[in-house]
Design a protein around this ligand. Structure first.
Ligand SMILES: *Cc1c(COP(=O)(O)O)cnc(C)c1O
Length: 386
């Protein structure tokens, strides 16, 4: 037997570093011996799961022994109705993560195909692209975190297979105007005629400015654009794993040939149908997020933080210049049972991202942060005393 024998993982997979998740709520509770934890790290719904969704899951628990209907046709019909498109335009996946992964495998597997996105952007795009063996080409954001569409266009060509943009963007909360996106797509397809543009609208429900709402709302669905949405954020179902896409019928067809037949389970499917019917919960969610966003932004600024304007359900900020480092601040918040997101993995080690919580969570977070910042500012004086 030669020394090289044995299982051979794909080269693209051997060179990957494993995803390192943050400590879970349970781990932090045990590590710091805390009674209560506030998690504002993953942009989950501040009101939890809708009561109607919870009821539905209980009601369908007894159906758990059945396979779901392949293709989730009932849910596809309900989503299509919401967006005023045909059920044939709908993709459904185990989170929008699954849809991102499949789009890459379907449309970026030609030799030499390139994937384009901004740096920083949502890490799932480059990770799944690397697993698929794709070259990922990134364009920097502007200093303000606005999109430099010209930068993406300068990197587009006949090899470009998929272009990802996130509107509103994660982690900054920036959202371009819809006419800018439409204009960009037209220019893109002239330079990259073989490409699909994926517009990830995970946070679109939280947008207030009418100029930045989805192109979809205006019946805009060209052949080579995919819009992605999720039940994880405004619908409060992150743990159930349910996302969807809206795309031309022709491209949707390739998706359904590829998706595992039962990747969306019975309870997620039923919960999704219930969530679409719970308008009251959604309205309260949007109101809570919009009020909380203004409240957090105002008060973070009052504490001297730099705050980036956000159209989403989170805020990116930076501590005052004379203050402690983002990492230390993150650690001290953990000690008080508050989890927010460090952005080192996005290449932004001095920035932090906090999800909008409910009123009480926002207040607890702010007073903890205020304490941490003011203790730090007193410290040099204390150091003068032995
Ligand atoms: C949260 C998020 C999603 C949603 O992912 P799911 O797999 O549906 O939970 C998609 N894109 C971005 C940019 C996100 O931040």
């Amino acid at each position: 037997m030669n020394r090289q024998s044995g299982p051979r993982p794909a080269r693209s997979i051997k060179s990957l570093t494993p995803y390192v998740p943050g400590l879970s709520i349970e781990e932090i509770r045990a590590k710091y011996n805390l009674p209560q934890i506030i998690k504002l790290a993953s942009n989950e719904n501040p009101l939890g799961a809708s009561p109607l969704v919870q009821e539905t899951i209980k009601q369908y628990a007894s159906a758990a022994f059945r396979y779901p209907q392949s293709g989730n046709p009932e849910l596809a019909a309900a989503i299509a109705e919401k967006h005023n498109v045909k059920p044939e335009n709908i993709l459904i996946g185990n989170g929008s993560d699954e849809i991102i992964d499949l789009l890459i495998r379907i449309f970026a597997s030609e030799k030499n195909s390139e994937i384009l996105c901004f740096q920083p952007s949502f890490s799932i795009y480059p990770i799944q692209a690397a697993i698929n063996g794709n070259k990922v080409i990134t364009a920097p954001l502007k200093k303000s975190f606005a999109f430099d569409f010209d930068g993406l266009l300068a990197r587009a060509n006949h090899q470009t297979s998929i272009v990802f943009i996130t509107t509103p963007d994660n982690p900054s909360g920036y959202c371009p105007g819809m006419h800018e996106v439409a204009d960009f797509s037209e220019r893109l397809f002239r330079l990259a005629p073989n490409a699909i543009l994926v517009v990830d609208e995970a946070y679109m429900d939280f947008v207030e400015d009418e100029k930045s709402t989805s192109l979809l709302a205006n019946g805009f669905l060209p052949d080579n654009i995919a819009f992605l949405r999720t039940f994880s954020k405004s619908y409060g179902m992150a743990g159930l794993r349910l996302g969807y896409g809206i795309i031309s019928e022709k491209l949707a067809n390739y998706f359904w040939r590829t998706r595992l037949p039962f990747s969306v389970n019975v309870l997620a499917e039923r919960a999704g149908l219930a969530a679409l019917n719970d308008e009251a919960f959604r309205k309260t969610t949007l109101k809570t997020v919009k009020e909380g966003r203004t409240f957090l932004a105002t008060n973070l600024k009052r504490l001297g933080c730099r705050v980036w304007p956000s159209a989403a359900n989170f805020i990116m900020f930076r501590l005052p210049a004379e203050s402690l480092s983002a990492q230390e601040c993150h650690e001290r918040l953990l000690q008080k049972g508050i989890i927010i997101r460090q952005l080192t993995s996005y290449g932004l080690p001095e920035n932090l991202r906090v999800s909008i919580g409910n009123k009480e969570e926002n207040e607890i977070f702010l007073s903890a942060l205020e304490q941490i910042i003011s203790n730090q500012q007193k410290k040099p004086q204390n150091d003068n005393h032995p």
